[in-house]
Write a protein that binds this ligand. Structure first.
Ligand code: SAH
Ligand code: SF4
Ligand code: F3S
Length: 460
């Protein structure tokens, strides 16, 4: 039985693709192993959203090859693993990955990478691996998704038996000027609502407690037919889908990522109406300056964003808001950056990822004048981080003494006597519990709050 080691970088879309690749591998007689050194084939599922993420591929290939040098030419695998590249770097760079890696490693003609599988070609991974195991080298598949692509993940291959990712839309049409994703993931394509609902029912029957509807922009969801949504009202197809998923009765529904321009207030109304639509929204603002937002081509102004924040805050549910912010976008002035600080003070995010702008090849922003120096990016990062950290801390501390419902997902990695899970507002909680089995939702009294985590004790 051939052994495969699979390593995943990037967003939930990559995690979800990896789960489906693992499902296919196991049902075709491969074994998934936990150590790269035990593997006949190593698959790297890559991300290229920032330069550092992309660089990771080349560093990892170097490390893997150093642990097991490639076999002499003509030997089939000869003890060293075959390496295949999947994901966004594979899709964007295709064949040129062989040359790039070869230049970096000097020597091997394939530079230590054996095959490349694009983001839509993952359904053909088995035949690609088989070709490589048969001795074929430098095989590249950047082709289209198969019509009969199987979206279902086997329970054993999910990151957690209790939480499942359900893709509802893939790709992105927005072309924000800094972003590579529309090039690596292609145009938006919504999955049929009836299929999504069938999948959620299936997951519920498998005892999954929480589903995450995922997509680069979930609220741009626009299926080609109404099937499955007929009896659900709503201002947009996405808010109708939310209501339909809620009615399946699955314990918890979360969704990510929401695109601010398409964030209709009716989404908040749906969350208000249904207990199982969770109180967490991830709404990446990117900047607090209208000048910068315009140059980013985000399609929203800061005023329209803040209106959405106000609507979310008007809910009776205490909805947590998280965000992404880019500092050092080309041309960002001190005044523009001050507007971002002001925005962060106003929004008091429960959490926010801050990124230094990273130029991506072929994107319009990479060619803009007035690129910002690394030192200014770092200064701005640190200044913004202070504000974000303050609101993050406050968002955790406000729960001290309260009792929150936590889905017990696993034994805590920090302390084997504790369980770890998430609240409905997507905060991590590590807690003491006796007789609680992973997979149950339990009331936990919160006793401490540290950096990114709440601590507590299960009640009863
Ligand atoms: N579709 C989501 C974001 C997907 S990418 C949205 O539009 O909100 C995740 C995050 O990476 C983005 O929100 C952005 O903050 C960051 N990002 C994307 N491209 C980047 C770049 N070139 N440099 C720095 N950060 C970037
Ligand atoms: Fe990138 Fe913008 Fe699409 Fe998000 S919406 S994936 S930031 S292009
Ligand atoms: Fe990265 Fe691709 Fe996701 S670039 S963020 S893995 S869509």
């Amino acid at each position: 039985m051939k052994k495969v080691y699979l390593e995943t970088y990037g967003c939930q879309m990559n995690v979800s693709d990896s789960e489906r690749v693992a499902t296919q591998l196991v049902s075709n007689g491969f074994e998934i192993v936990a150590e790269q050194t035990d593997a006949d084939v190593v698959l790297l599922n890559t991300c290229s959203v920032r330069e550092k993420a992309e660089q990771k591929l080349y560093t990892r290939v170097g490390q893997i090859r150093a642990a097991a040098p490639p076999p002499p030419v003509n030997s089939k695998t000869g003890g060293a693993p075959l390496i295949g590249v999947m994901g966004c770097v594979a899709q964007l760079e295709g064949e040129s990955i062989f040359a790039r890696r070869a230049a970096a490693s000097s020597g091997n003609n394939n530079g230590g990478i054996d095959f490349i599988v694009g983001t839509k070609a993952v359904g053909r991974i088995i035949s690609t691996i088989e070709k490589a195991l048969d001795g074929r080298r430098n095989f590249v598949d950047l082709g289209k998704r198969d019509d009969d692509y199987e979206w279902t993940v086997s329970p054993a291959q999910r990151q957690s038996p209790h939480v499942a990712f359900v893709p509802i839309i893939e790709g992105c049409n927005k072309f924000c000027t800094y972003c590579i994703v529309p090039f690596s993931r292609g145009r938006e394509k919504s999955l049929p609502a009836a299929e999504i609902l069938r999948e959620v029912e299936l997951l519920k029957n498998q005892n999954v407690r929480e589903v995450h509807l995922i997509g680069q922009n979930v609220n741009s969801y626009r299926p080609s037919s109404d099937a499955g949504l007929e009896s659900f009202r709503g201002a947009t197809a996405f808010s109708r889908l939310l209501r339909a998923v809620a009615v399946t009765g699955i314990e918890r529904v979360k969704f990510t990522t929401s695109f601010p321009r398409d964030f209709h207030p009716d989404i908040v109304d749906a969350i208000d109406e249904h207990e199982n639509l969770c109180n967490w929204v991830h709404l990446p603002v990117q900047s607090g300056s209208n000048e910068v937002l315009k140059a980013m081509r985000r399609g929203h102004t800061i005023e329209s964003y803040l209106e959405k924040i106000d609507k979310i805050n008007s809910s009776h549910k205490d909805i947590a808001v998280s965000s992404d912010i880019i500092v050092g976008f080309p041309g960002e002035t001190d005044k523009n950056f001050k507007d971002t600080l002001k925005m962060a003070e106003y929004c008091r995010f429960d959490s926010a990822y801050i990124f230094k702008y990273s130029p991506r090849l072929e994107t319009p922003a990479a060619r803009m004048e007035n690129q910002i120096s690394e030192s200014v990016k770092t200064e701005r990062f640190l200044e913004l981080e202070k504000i974000v950290r303050k609101s993050q801390e406050a968002a955790l501390k406000k729960h001290l003494g309260a009792t929150l419902e936590v889905l017990a997902e696993r034994v805590s990695s920090k302390n084997i006597d504790e369980l770890s899970g998430h609240t409905t507002c997507h905060k991590i909680v590590n807690f003491k519990a006796t007789g609680v089995l992973p997979g149950s939702v339990v009331p936990v009294r919160i006793t401490a709050a540290k950096t990114n985590t709440l601590y507590g004790e299960a009640i009863g």
